[in-house]
Write a protein that binds this ligand. Structure first.
Ligand code: NAD
Length: 479
């Protein structure tokens, strides 16, 4: 009989609108269900969104109150850090150190946006030389639907609800059915410091998310997930003309230049691809290497892939956990099998690990046909194809050849030269000699199919506001 393992975790029976059969939550390190979450029915959303709307009337009025509450929320997250991190590892699979880092980033995000709440109400004068007094300030939107995937359940949720709340909106947050528990715990921790109904966590199978995105009471849908679901979300939100922010998939390329110091960058490059078991939207998912360095790079990466400690996230010393869920494991295995059948060779890994749990051996692929789906699609797992190139133009063209454009990186000893090549990447963020490093203050936006709208920094706050303009003749303005 599966059991919940934290005292914080509410019993499914106490949650309104849940189905009789709850949602089983699987520990990816064992492949066994270990807990349950409520499978809330879409009909439950009407009452919850109505309450969220009523809570918005007070929450939107005073940015100082919101700043104080968000700071208290950051403190509360830190106080519950050990419980949150343990539950996160249990349901997501990542090593404990990474779960603690995710909790810390969740608190940091709340603290960052607590400081920005005041910006939401700042009045800006528009001066276009005409005798008119025109001013603009931000107004909140109303209830926001925040939908997140299973790879970083807490930090991606905070990336959505922290700016939305700072701007004066209320939030209905839906985690992935694969990882509902840490988010539910986060929600119950935050109810101790936020006013009632300002943040509501709902859990359940589809069509819960679909109903949330098309609900007429929702004014902004902020979604992180795959490109196909992002398209469905945009179409659903069109029904109520809610605005959408979409942070979607990536297939980031790392381009190594001919002056790269392979041993110097190998650790950084390896972890840019394999952190969180490769389940990072902006992980390195393809590496392009000058033909003469190809063998060196493959060997350096394969050495790291074969020596890294793979195991349950709760086991001390584990650096790489399991893939999060069975369908994702099947997808990763399928892409690798297909590449091997097309002539690729596994310099490391290439297979599932025996025993229980969703473990896949860290895999470095070489001799991969450039049109193999493991190159052209997002693998989202512990698998990295390394492809040789002859000219820099050829590498840039290959890097830009997919429909996605989240991030990209260029690696070399002459960093000015690398930066010049990075300018040519069609993506939202380009890094030099590292990858996937983000600061809270910078915008995060994908190019091409990787996203619509902007998250992060003040841009994240503005995406949760609408401009309100007051316009009157100058003379009347003076009286
Ligand atoms: P997914 O698109 O399958 O699911 C994402 C969320 O949407 C989940 O909560 C899911 O339950 C929900 N959902 C499913 N169908 C829905 C529908 N019809 N309407 C509304 N919601 C629906 O993605 P996933 O497999 O959970 O996550 C992996 C994907 O997320 C990868 O493509 C990855 O690149 C992407 N991702 C992007 C970013 C980013 O910031 N750009 C960050 C992390 C992950």
């Amino acid at each position: 009989m599966p059991t919940t393992h934290t005292e914080h975790e509410p019993e499914p029976a106490r949650v309104p609108g849940h189905r009789a059969a709850p949602l089983p939550v699987v520990d990816p390190a064992t492949g066994e269900a270990f807990a349950e979450a409520p499978d809330q029915q879409p009909d439950a959303l009407d009452a919850l969104i109505d309450r969220s709307h009523r809570a918005w009337r007070d929450w939107r009025t005073d940015p100082a109150v919101r700043s104080t509450a968000l700071r208290a929320a950051a403190d509360a997250v830190e106080s519950a850090g050990d419980d949150l991190a343990r539950l996160l590892t249990r349901e997501q699979g990542k090593p404990q150190t990474e779960s603690h880092a995710e909790v810390a980033r969740t608190a940091a995000r709340l603290r960052y946006f607590a400081e920005l709440a005041q910006l939401a109400h700042r009045t800006r004068r528009i001066d276009d030389g005409r005798p008119v007094h025109s001013e603009v300030r931000g107004r909140s939107l109303g209830p926001v639907a925040a939908i997140v995937p299973w790879n970083f359940p807490l930090q991606l949720a905070a990336a959505k609800f922290a700016p939305a709340l700072a701007a004066g909106n209320t939030v209905i947050l839906k985690p992935s059915p694969h990882t509902p528990l840490a988010t539910r715990l986060l929600g119950s921790v935050l109810t101790t410091v936020l006013p009632p109904d300002v943040l509501t966590v709902v859990t359940g199978r589809e069509p819960l998310g679909a109903r949330l995105t098309s609900h007429p009471g929702i004014r902004h849908v902020t979604f992180t997930g795959s490109v196909p679901t992002g398209r469905a979300v945009a179409a659903a939100a069109a029904a109520s003309l809610a605005r959408v922010t979409l942070e979607l998939g990536g297939n980031d390329a790392a381009v190594l230049l001919d002056d790269v110091d392979v041993e110097r960058i190998a650790d950084r490059l390896f972890w840019a691809a394999f952190r969180n078991c490769g389940q990072v939207c902006m992980a390195v998912k393809r590496v392009y290497v000058p033909a003469r360095l190809h063998t060196d790079v493959v060997e350096a990466l394969a050495e790291r892939a074969t020596s890294v400690t793979v195991g349950p996230g709760l086991a001390p010393g584990t650096r790489l956990g399991p893939v999060n869920n069975a369908p994702q494991l099947a997808r990763v295995a399928h892409l690798v099998r297909q590449a091997l059948a097309d002539g690729a060779r596994a310099a490391a890994g290439g297979h599932r690990l025996t025993g229980s749990g969703y473990f896949f051996a860290p895999t470095i692929l070489t001799d991969v046909p450039p049109d193999s789906p493991v190159v052209t699609e997002e693998q989202f797992g512990p698998v990295l194809p390394v492809l040789p190139y002859r000219t820099t133009d050829e590498a840039v063209d290959a890097a830009n050849s997919t429909g996605m454009g989240l991030g990209g990186s260029v690696w070399g000893t002459d960093t000015d030269r690398a930066a010049a090549v990075a300018e040519r990447l069609e993506c939202g963020t380009a890094w030099i000699n590292h990858h996937a490093e983000l600061s809270l203050a910078q915008p995060f936006a994908g190019a091409k199919d990787s996203g619509v709208g902007v998250a992060g920094g003040p841009w994240g706050l503005y995406g949760n506001l609408r401009p309100f303009v007051v316009h009157r003749p100058q003379e009347e303005a003076r009286t």
